[in-house]
Design a protein around this ligand. Sequence first.
Ligand SMILES: [Zn+2]
Ligand SMILES: [Zn+2]
Length: 169
Amino acid sequence: MKSVRVPLSLQQAVMRTMRQKLVQASHFLQETFPEPNVTYRQRGTIAGSARLQGWEIRLNPVLLIENQQAFIDEVLPHELAHLLAYHQFGKVAPHGKEWRFIMETVLKVPANRTHQFSVHSVRNKIFTYCCRCRQHELTIRQHNKILRGKSCYICRQCGEKLILLEQIE
Ligand SMILES: [Zn+2]
Ligand SMILES: [Zn+2]
């Protein structure tokens, strides 16, 4: 899938909020935390994810660009709280009481588990195909190649040609 470029000013806004939240956490927990590595590689309808071992926060570039500061204010603390909960408490339930404590008491943000952003534009770029064994998600580029007869995709597992199942709008 073609990667979406996040404007520099928006990346700076992300880092600004992250540093604010990190300072807040440091004050409260009396500890310093390394700055997480923020990447813009989250795909699909998921807003973001936290890679605990890699100390990385992945953000969805399309949803970030569409929702700007609202996205930053909601998604960034959410993912940061996963990292901090892991740092402080080890492996705990993803949205359990440790994570809620970091969100509400330490970072002072509402502990929402899911986002409410419109996923229309990230959804309609995905085309669901199927073979004999499972479903495959193809990008609009791959889908268009198939329509033009330029490509034909074969499932690596069952060796069958992929056929269009449905078009998610
Ligand atoms: Zn989460
Ligand atoms: Zn297959």
